[in-house]
Design a protein around this ligand. Structure first.
Ligand code: AP5
Length: 211
């Protein structure tokens, strides 16, 4: 099964991707995590990518598409994969078609903008793995530390009010048109109410996958 998680920044894609990966054994591909990793490398590309991440704008298609298509060719994707954060605009969606990468299911995590600000400002992440927590709604076992490695959690630099505003406007202008793009395709498109608790959203996703 090849699956796409669509939704606003902060809707809970990364949180749910972890459960889906564990439950269904799919390769979990987060282009945000890929870009954060590139930005930490010592290269000219790192400096460029970092400037997009910190401003909340999209990394240009010519950088990201080839990287993603190559990633999907890897062996761990043979039994299916889950895309978190890709595609982000119509050209990226069409690039999957052009590369003959078929998608079986699109899960759209739907949520109101008001909810997003509180989710993002309370988010803490484990940078190396991308695991994401929330200080109130999804806290780690030990305050400030990752459950699995015990390493310190950080606050993402793009989780500040100015950059969140920019990321939301990028979402409306560039990513939202993908909803119609996928609704009009011959695949399963399911809208999930992502304003519910983490567990309730996970249950809805399980049901959607099994029907
Ligand atoms: P990316 O890392 O993909 O960020 P995003 O799409 O903005 O999504 P987030 O990671 O912010 O949110 P999420 O939906 O995963 O929410 P989460 O589960 O963490 O991209 C970052 C940047 O990389 C982009 O701005 C761009 O520059 C670049 N980039 C990435 N992909 C690209 C592409 N394809 N093309 C070009 N550029 C690209 O949850 C958020 C918080 O809410 C957490 O604290 C969590 O614990 C909490 N939470 C989750 N679910 C619930 C719930 N049900 N109830 C209460 N709290 C919850």
């Amino acid at each position: 099964m090849n699956l796409i998680l669509l939704g606003m920044p902060g809707a809970g894609k990364g949180t749910q991707a972890e459960f889906i990966q564990k439950d269904y054994g799919l390769a979990n591909i987060s282009t945000g995590a890929m870009m954060r990793e590139v930005s930490r490398s010592n290269s000219e590309l790192a400096t460029r990518v970092q400037s997009y991440l910190s401003s909340g704008t999209l990394v240009p298609n010519e950088i990201i598409i080839e990287m993603l298509v190559e990633r999907i060719q890897k062996e761990d994707c043979a039994n299916g994969f889950l895309l978190d954060g890709f595609p982000r605009n119509l050209d990226q969606g069409k690039a999957l078609d052009d590369a003959n990468i078929s998608i079986d299911l699109v899960l759209y995590l739907s949520i109101k903008e008001e909810e997003i600000i509180s989710r993002m400002s309370g988010r803490r992440v484990h940078l190396a793995s991308g695991r994401s927590y929330h200080i109130l709604h999804n806290p780690p076992k030990k305050d400030g530390f990752d459950d699995v490695t015990g390493e310190a959690l950080i606050q993402r630099e793009d989780d500040n009010p100015e950059v969140i505003k920019k990321r939301l406007s990028v979402y409306y202008n560039e990513t939202e048109p993908l909803l119609e793009f996928y609704k009009n395709k011959n695949l399963k498109f399911i809208e999930i109410d992502a304003s519910k608790s983490v567990d309730v959203v996970t249950d809805s996703i399980r049901q959607s996958i099994s029907t």
